[in-house]
Design a protein around this ligand. Sequence first.
Ligand code: NAP
Length: 250
Amino acid sequence: MGTFAHHGKVIAVTGGARGIGEAIVRRLCSEGAHVFATYNASSSRADAIAAEIRAAGGTVTFLQVDVSNEDSVKGFIEAVVAQGGRLDGLVNNAGITKDGLIMRMSAKDWHDVIDTNLSGVFYACKAAARPMMSQRSGRIVNIGSIVGLQGNAGQANYSSAKAGLVGLTKSLARELASRNVSVNCVAPGFVETDMTDKLTDDQKASFFGNIPLKRGAQTDEIASVVSFFLAQESSYVTGQVLNVDGGLAM
Ligand code: NAP
């Protein structure tokens, strides 16, 4: 593992103790970054991952953050800048699902998903904008979803939050470009994590049938694209949504 060079960079990643976020944290550490990752409920996993990364020579700091709470997110970004001395990258990965058809979707399930998946990203981007603008450099990567582009029955809350991330990404890309801060969105299709583990084998098989590559993604296939958006190699790319979905949406 390890393709792009992130030596000496300070990068913040939300939801780093499981799934796609864990793969992003492991990859960025193997590529030389000092990663500040968050966990919310998964504290023992965070400890175990941190120990493994440090044993392999990487630098990682895990902090507890609830992304749906603005003070918690603001405190996280302030701690990163205080401890890391700068902020080169922010990856907004933390997210939840609370699926249901709209007739049965409670207002609480609507708000919980919007609060975590969309407002949480706003809080982090707002807190990160100041240090990145004063540095005159920075990269923000938001983890969206193809359902934010295509919609999905049973996911009105989730797909609305992910569609909102597209507007947030493009608006911030325009606001921050003059200070050399890029903002992009990576939109996965189906990735093998706890989030998709809830599906039955039959549901997975029918989903895979519609994917040109005929399989779901491994988490590192998302992490590698995130790393590209944080790297020097993507210096002229901003405001983009890149589908990483095996060809599902084209
Ligand atoms: P996952 O395995 O279910 O992990 C969810 C992550 O979000 C965990 O790290 C969790 O932290 C964190 N999280 C949840 N609520 C939080 C909160 N209030 N505050 C802070 N952290 C919170 O999910 P995943 O599949 O890796 O998904 C990661 C991202 O990719 C999400 O944005 C998701 O929408 C997106 N995505 C996933 C897929 C897929 O097929 N899996 C497809 C498209 C997009 P704790 O465990 O510490 O609570």
